[in-house]
Design a protein around this ligand. Structure first.
Ligand SMILES: O=C(O)CCC(=O)C(=O)O
Ligand SMILES: [Fe+2]
Length: 355
């Protein structure tokens, strides 16, 4: 047997998690090559993205009817769009991105106190492994994530360093307000009235992922985030200026492959993407589009913050499905009403959440 075959992936994974310092720790310790745990097999290396396509940008200061038409068109075509003049102060976004960066750049002994692969509290820091059934593909993304759970009525982020905590709490507060207006806009864009989506879903934002993509000595051999769709109604993303997010566009209903396009950061803008829940609720009028993150730099880390807006009611007993008014003879229901846990299971089985 070749030596390579004796590689013990479980032991390597355990040793990596043991350090409690994520990918950032590998970089800090001066590695000059990508450890095997992160290597993407050549056959699975993603094809390069095309650069000559820009996802739509919607200016929220336009007259409301224009905004709604533009959001509707974007949600039905690319599933991703930037918004400008969104009312979230630039300083709040900048402070949140700095806070996320500051957490990931804390000294090892401080940040490792939060390291936990399975979250045990509202604050969890880790390099999330991809699901074990995909270990023939790369096991780990080149990314560390600080996950925060904002459980109502008050999140318990008390253990975070205060500077980091306060900026992220303020960002969350600001985004809750933004999320309410975005929910109304999406609802109107579906043609069901401004209140309908909120009334049916009671939208809230519990989960925030503060991602840190360290520089990589061999960026072409890793992925920062594998291709996936989001299990949300919609996701709100802010990022620094480094770039690396790519989305799959122009795939047809027959499953045509489409092409990957770069989403260049737009200064000051907020990025919205439609998730799988809204795809179901809209009876597939809106698209939930695959995306992934490539690592671009050997020198600088990239920071992004994803906030997932979801229905508040997501227990065993809460059914959801296409809004009845979006089901017509011409457009019959594409989904049965199901519970949230059933939906998550369906996503896993059908490969929608490929992360
Ligand atoms: O970092 C990014 O740009 C994307 C993150 C993402 O797709 C996610 O958290 O679901
Ligand atoms: Fe995502």
């Amino acid at each position: 047997m070749a030596a390579a075959d004796s590689y013990d992936i479980a032991a390597a994974l355990a040793e990596f998690h043991e350090s409690g310092g994520g990918v950032r720790h590998l970089v800090e310790s001066g590695i000059t090559f990508v450890p095997r745990l992160f290597l993407v097999p050549d056959s699975l290396l993603p094809p390069p993205a095309v650069a000559d396509f820009a996802i739509p940008t919607v200016d929220l200061s336009l007259p409301r009817s224009n905004t709604i038409a533009l959001i509707g068109a974007a949600a039905r075509s690319s599933g991703f769009f930037h918004v400008t003049n969104h009312g979230v102060p630039a300083s709040t976004i900048a402070a949140a991105i700095s806070a996320a960066r500051a957490f990931h750049e804390l000294p090892l002994h401080e940040r490792s106190a939060f390291y936990s692969v399975t979250p045990v509290s509202d604050v969890a820091y880790s390099t999330n492994p991809h699901p074990p059934n995909q270990l023939n593909a790369p096991a780990l993304p080149w990314r560390d994530t600080l996950s925060l759970c904002f459980l109502p009525p008050e999140p318990d982020l008390g253990s975070l360093p205060p500077t980091c905590r306060d900026a992220l709490l303020e960002y969350h507060r600001s985004l809750m307000e933004f999320g309410r207006s975005m929910t109304a806009l999406l609802s109107e864009a579906l043609g069901v009235g401004a209140e309908r989506l909120e009334q049916a879903m009671q939208v809230e934002a519990r989960l925030m992922g503060c991602h840190y993509y360290p520089p990589c000595p061999e960026p072409a051999r890793v992925v920062g985030g594998r291709r996936h769709t989001d299990p949300s109604l919609f996701t709100v993303l802010v990022q620094d200026s480094v770039g690396g997010l790519q989305v799959r566009q122009h795939c047809d209903d027959a499953g045509g492959d489409g092409e990957w396009v770069d989403v260049a950061p737009v200064p000051g803008a907020i990025l919205i993407n439609i998730g799988d829940v809204l795809k179901v609720v809209s009876n597939e009028e809106f698209k939930s589009v695959e995306h992934r993150v490539m690592v671009k730099s050997t020198q600088v880390a990239r920071v992004s913050i994803a906030l997932f807006f979801n229905p508040a009611k997501c227990d065993e007993s809460d059914l959801f499905g296409p809004l009845p008014e979006l089901v017509t003879d011409e457009r019959p229901a594409r989904y049965q009403r199901i519970t949230f846990p059933e939906f998550m299971n369906f996503r896993r089985v059908s490969g929608h959440g490929r992360t």
